[in-house]
Write a protein that binds this ligand. Structure first.
Ligand code: BGC
Length: 775
């Protein structure tokens, strides 16, 4: 019988323990002794109404003149009567968001946030600064002219945490420049289901890759030492805690059924790592798990997050989610009851965001004894802690002139490099790529000559639909190809089909497709830029994962010319391309590469840069076969009469990505044959570049637990590194895996390491080892 070791840190009952949050705080999220004293001093002077106000967050639209709630007047103006209501009557503590107007420039943002801040300070009794928060998701995404990076899924595809850290640093700088000290980023949800419309906001399907990229992004945002009062840094907000990305239906904000041990094994690690790193705020999952909306879950918010993980930062709701406990989830018979449930579950701030009811209900509920003063004080302490740590009391506003690097050339170079390292070469039959410099190329497809699909949602506006208005200076794929071509006149652009797919191929569309075939015949190559237009959240729900039928027709039309076809997939999630994949000689996955995506794609197509991105998710072949690479062995049953595709057989595996170089692995070894639980496995493997091109390779180490008391996944990524190898260069790479990382979470929610046999695999090589002494 196997011997087992149970890790006490994640002991079974921890989720259900009673309150002890002030004794088990995580050092990184707590303030210094002096900060804690200032918090207590201020808290002791606050009235109940002032405390309830601090817990209230409203959207900018409420404060501006114009057709609220979705658009503001231009130029944007604050409505003084509402300002008075917000800051004098209700004493609110936080504002978020933008209106669905065209993105505002940096001066406008800086002025706007500054005016709100000054109004609040001048008109409130205790001069507590306002905390402004924005979804600065891939750069200062609502600011015209800011440096925009690839979306998180692209960052993950770089497998290069240093790039994520730099992206965070630049985002922080440009956000503070406009006066915004708080971003609702990173997204640490596990992006394992491409049906879910927010997969592109995640770091993909792997818990380790997600945790390490998240850690790096947070260090960039908050500073390596969490120097949040540094005027170049901002506070991160981890979202969406917890289990948001796995709704059964694949549709946003619909129910999930997740056992706790699965949550802890796969969904929790990135959040845990981020809290250890010092992330100062957490946003809650809008969905429900096992019938309980997370906003109502005392076990998850207070039990697991605040007590077990010792998180002493701020917990904010997602958009309108307390009210939705009443109107959508129907677990509360009134909005007021919803407030009681959520605050008692551990919510510190409500993203209300359209009215002041929340503040009024909190006051009533405390007076009625339904919410304790201790709970309110805990919430307000956390809010004040963040405001003090951000230095907002000392420096409530920023001056644009202190940020000369805003949108600098060096920031652009970092965003460009990130896009270049993200793009993933999935197919390159007969070395079709790189393309000859002067070739005649037809560029077609809906992403050929537009920036919007390259940016995705959270770009200049929520849905990214206004992106083309703010991006004239950036190169689309077509423009970048022309700029790099040795004979620009040889580049022809014809869109062919749009994203709208009625399924009805009218004469007009047929004519377009015939034209594509004709133009393709006159070209040496056809580059088809396909995928998805921008979307975000519920509007991004789909009922079909296949690439749209008109885009598939476009591939057929191009391929019928007999010329080599190259697909460039610009997409938030991997759309199924099984039917048309054989018609393409080369395929690039570009994800949502941002403002420098066109340049990056063109450089890779022409071979000026060697691709080095690797898939951060499993690219499915069939819509009904969506399993991550860490699926169970039973999802692999091939030879018992199952139809094609029913066994795990993705289009491309997780971690896959080609290069123009050829890398060979040899000599994999571990430094032992048998390990005890407190040991660390030291791995060595040789990687050689057997080509004449310098290139980067991601060395990935997977471990399989061959037998376990809970069915083991076929393998898990346990370590990786990205290296650059010159032509002919050989390097011995070393990686380390602490044995405890091989533990799994059992049914009692304990982390369990078992004795037995394991296999380590790196670059197609395998060695075995065993674990002993686990008891
Ligand atoms: C989204 C969050 C976002 C928030 C504020 C919500 O609808 O789910 O991810 O941070 O809005 O904009």
């Amino acid at each position: 019988m196997k011997r087992q070791l149970i890790h006490l840190a994640l002991a079974a009952m921890a989720v259900f323990t009673v309150s002890c949050s002030e004794t088990s705080r995580n050092a990184e999220t707590t303030g210094s002794e002096e900060t804690e004293k200032r918090i207590e001093a201020l808290l002791s002077r606050m009235t109940l109404e002032e405390k309830a106000g601090q817990m209230t967050q409203i959207t900018l639209d409420v404060l501006t003149t114009g057709e609220s709630p979705y658009v503001s007047d231009e130029p944007v103006l604050l409505d003084t009567s509402v300002l008075r209501e917000a800051f004098v009557t209700y004493k609110i503590g936080s504002v978020l968001n933008t209106a669905n107007n065209r993105a505002r420039d940096r001066q406008t943002w800086n002025r706007l946030i500054g005016e709100i801040q000054n109004y609040a300070l001048e008109n409130s009794r205790l001069q507590i600064p306002v905390l402004y928060g924005l979804d600065m998701i891939h750069g200062a995404s609502y600011v015209d002219g800011a440096t925009l990076f690839p979306q998180q899924i692209g960052l993950a595809a770089t497998w290069n945490p240093a790039l994520a850290e730099r992206a965070g640093e630049i985002t922080a700088y440009e956000s503070r420049a406009v006066g915004c000290p708080w971003t609702f980023s990173p997204v640490l949800d596990l992006g394992m289901d491409p049906r879910w419309p927010r997969q592109w906001e995640t770091f993909g399907e792997d818990p380790l890759l997600g945790a390490l990229m998240g850690e790096a992004l947070i260090k960039g945002l908050q500073g390596k030492e969490n120097s949040l009062d540094d005027p170049n840094r901002i506070a991160a907000c981890l979202k969406h805690y917890l289990g948001y990305s796995s709704p059964v239906s694949g549709k946003d904000r619909t129910p999930a059924h997740l056992p706790m041990h699965v949550i802890r094994e796969y969904h929790l690690p990135a959040f845990k790592k981020a809290i250890e790193t010092g992330a100062m705020s957490v946003m809650v999952n809008s969905g429900e798990i096992n019938g309980l909306p997370v906003h109502a879950s005392h076990a998850l918010i207070t039990g697991l997050l605040k007590e077990e993980l010792g998180f002493s930062g701020l917990v904010v709701t997602d958009w309108q989610d307390i009210e939705f406990l009443h109107t959508r989830h129907r677990i509360a018979a009134s909005h007021k009851e919803a407030v009681k449930i959520a605050v008692n579950a551990g919510i510190d701030m409500s993203m209300v965001p359209y009215n002041f009811n929340f503040a009024a209900y909190v006051v009533e509920l405390v007076k009625e004894g339904e919410i304790s003063t201790e709970r309110i004080d805990d919430a307000v302490r956390r809010i004040l802690r963040l405001k003090f740590r951000l230095g907002l009391f000392e420096r409530p506003v920023t001056a644009m002139s202190s940020y000369p690097e805003f949108a600098s050339g060096s920031f652009a170079a970092d965003a460009r490099r990130t896009a270049l390292e993200s793009i993933t070469l999935l197919k390159n039959e007969n070395k079709t790529l790189p393309l000859p410099a002067g070739a005649r190329i037809l560029i077609a497809g809906p992403a050929a000559d537009r920036m919007r699909p390259m940016l995705g949602g959270w770009s200049y506006s929520w849905q990214g639909n206004l992106a083309d208005e703010s991006t004239a200076e950036y190169a689309t794929i077509a423009r970048a190809m022309r700029e790099l071509s040795a004979s620009p006149a040889n580049i022809r652009v014809y869109e062919g089909v749009s994203y709208d797919d009625s399924g009805d191929f009218s004469a007009e569309i047929k004519g377009d497709l015939q034209k594509i075939t004709a133009l393709a015949r006159q070209s040496d190559y056809v580059v088809l830029c396909l995928g998805e237009n921008s979307y975000c959240e519920i509007p991004g729900n789909i009922t079909e994962l296949e690439l749209s039928s008109n885009q598939k027709e476009l591939v057929r039309a191009a391929a019928s010319s007999g010329k080599p076809v190259i697909l460039v997939m610009v997409q938030g999630r991997p759309r199924i391309i099984r039917e048309v994949e054989p018609m393409a000689q080369a395929i690039l996955n570009a994800y949502l590469p941002g403002n420098y995506g066109g340049e990056a794609i063109a450089r890779i197509l022409y071979g000026e840069t060697n691709p080095s991105g690797k898939l951060p998710y499993t690219y499915p072949r069939f819509a009904y076969s969506i399993e991550p690479y860490y699926h169970k062995y039973t999802e692999n049953l091939q030879n018992i009469g199952a139809p094609e595709g029913s066994a795990f057989n993705p289009q491309y595996p997780f971690g896959f990505g080609l290069s123009y170089s050829e890398f060979a692995y040899s000599g994999l070894s571990a430094d032992g044959k048998t390990y005890t639980p407190d040991a660390t496995i030291r791995i060595r493997v040789n990687v050689q570049n057997n080509s004449g091109k310098a290139g980067m390779e991601v060395v990935q180490a997977y471990v399989s637990d061959l037998y376990a008391t809970l069915t083991p996944p076929v393998k898990r990524l346990r370590a990786f590194t990205k290296i650059m190898l010159q032509p002919g260069e050989m390097r011995t790479v070393t990686l380390e895996i602490p044995l405890w990382d091989l533990a799994f979470t059992d049914h009692s929610n304990a982390s369990r390491l078992e004795n037995g046999e394991f296999t380590l695999s790196v670059g197609g090589q395998e060695v075995g080892f065993s674990v002993e002494g686990a008891e």
